[in-house]
Every structure is written in structure tokens, then in C-alpha cells.
Design a protein around this ligand. Structure first.
Ligand code: B4P
Length: 186
């Protein structure tokens, strides 16, 4: 199973990706987590990514694409993967298609989690209190939502045209959303 999980910031991608991937027996790969791990370790990639993340902007495609290509060449993805938060731009969609094509693979499903803006802002401001993420301030959350609407929402049409897009309501208890997503994937 080669899958993506998409949706606006705060829709529950990272939360659901870990559980769903474990249930399906594939690794969950979060570009946001990889950037944050690099930022915490102060690697050159992390220092560069941090300057974009703290403003709510996307990290440049060339940087993100190269990082995902390397991750997808690791042995644990042979049987499949769940990519969380990638691709987010048309150029990333094209790049991922190319990487998969070269390996003779294709995407099976794209799961989109939906949540309204009011719920998203509430969740992320709550996370700011518990996790202290620098991109969970009111101003940066608003910018992340704008960037999503401008650059990522149009990408969903590409997958809808291929008939692999599944939309799931992301509102409700975490377990309820997981079961909803797994049922939709079956
Ligand atoms: P991400 O780490 O992907 O952050 P995100 O979009 O906010 O989603 P996340 O997965 O963390 O949150 P979730 O919705 O699970 O990206 C961060 C930044 O990295 C981007 O802004 C960008 O700068 C950079 N980046 C990442 N990928 C990139 C790419 N491909 N190209 C360029 N740049 C890229 O959860 C949010 C909160 O809601 C959590 O606190 C969670 O506990 C809570 N929650 C989840 N489900 C819930 C539920 N059902 N009910 C109540 N709360 C819930």
C-alpha cells in the first residue's frame, strides 16, 4: 500500500498517520517531523527548514523533494508507506510521480482529512501550550492556512482526477476518526 495523508494544518494528519500506518504495517513518513528533527539537531537542512517553518511558509521544493527521495530509497518502504504532509505543491506531486514511476510503482490511495478553520485554530493553539511548537502561534497558523489554500488545496484535484482520493471527516475523537479512515480505505 502506497498512500498519502493530506489536509490542512491541524486536521490530524500526523496524529492519524502514525496509527493508520501501524495498522497497515507500513512506515509513516512525515516531512514536518523530519524537518523538526533536523532543526533540533541543528543540521544544515534543519537550520534552513526552520527559517521557513517559523514563518508558516513551505520549505523550498528542491530541498523537500531531495529529502523525500532519499527517504524513499530506504529498505523499510519496499512494501509500502504512508507519506504525511508530502506532496504539498504541484512540483512535489510531479516529483513524487517521477520517483515512483522510476521504481515501477504508483500511489494507491490519497486520504484527505477535513476540519473547519475554527477547530483547526483551537487544536493548534492548544498544541502551542503543550508542545511549544514555534509555528503554532495565531499569526503563523493563519499564514499556514493561507499557504495551504493557495498551494496545496489545488493539488487535491490532481488526485481526484485519478480516482484515488478519499475524503474523511477529521472532526471527532481521535479513535473515531481512525476507524472512519480505515473503513473508507477498505
Ligand atoms: P507538519 O508537521 O506537517 O504540520 P501540520 O500541517 O500542522 O500538521 P500536523 O501533522 O503536525 O498536525 P495534526 O494535523 O496531526 O508541517 C509543519 C511545517 O513543515 C509546514 O508548515 C512547512 O513549513 C514544513 N513542511 C512539511 N512538509 C512540507 C512539504 N511537503 N513541503 C514544504 N514544506 C513542508 O494535529 C494538530 C493538532 O491537533 C495536534 O495537537 C493533535 O493532537 C490535535 N488533534 C489531532 N486529531 C485530533 C482530533 N480528532 N481531535 C482533537 N484534536 C486533534
Amino acid at each position: 500500500m502506497r498512500m498519502l495523508i493530506m489536509g490542512p494544518p491541524g486536521a490530524g494528519k500526523g496524529t492519524q498517520a502514525k496509527v493508520i500506518a501501524a495498522r497497515l504495517g507500513v512506515p509513516a513518513i512525515s516531512t514536518g517531523d523530519i524537518f523538526r528533527a533536523n532543526a533540533a539537531a541543528a543540521t544544515p537542512l534543519g537550520r534552513e527548514a526552520q527559517t521557513y517553518m517559523e514563518r508558516g511558509e513551505y520549505v523550498p521544493d528542491e530541498v523537500t523533494n531531495a529529502m523525500v527521495r532519499d527517504r524513499l530509497s530506504e529498505p523499510d518502504v519496499t512494501a509500502g508507506f504512508l507519506l504525511d504532509g508530502y506532496p504539498r505543491t504541484p512540483a512535489q506531486v510531479d516529483y513524487l510521480d517521477g520517483v515512483l514511476d522510476q521504481a515501477g510503482h504508483h500511489l494507491d490511495r490519497v486520504l484527505v482529512l477535513a476540519a473547519d478553520t475554527e477547530e483547526i485554530v483551537k487544536r493548534l493553539l492548544l498544541r502551542a501550550e503543550t508542545d511549544g511548537r514555534t509555528d503554532d502561534t495565531d499569526e503563523v497558523i493563519r499564514r499556514r492556512l493561507e499557504v495551504y489554500a493557495e498551494q496545496t488545496a489545488p493539488v487535491l484535484d490532481r488526485y481526484a482526477e485519478r480516482d484515488i482520493l478519499i475524503r474523511v471527516d477529521g472532526i471527532g475523537e481521535v479513535d473515531t476518526v481512525t476507524e472512519r479512515a480505515l473503513a473508507a480505505l477498505r
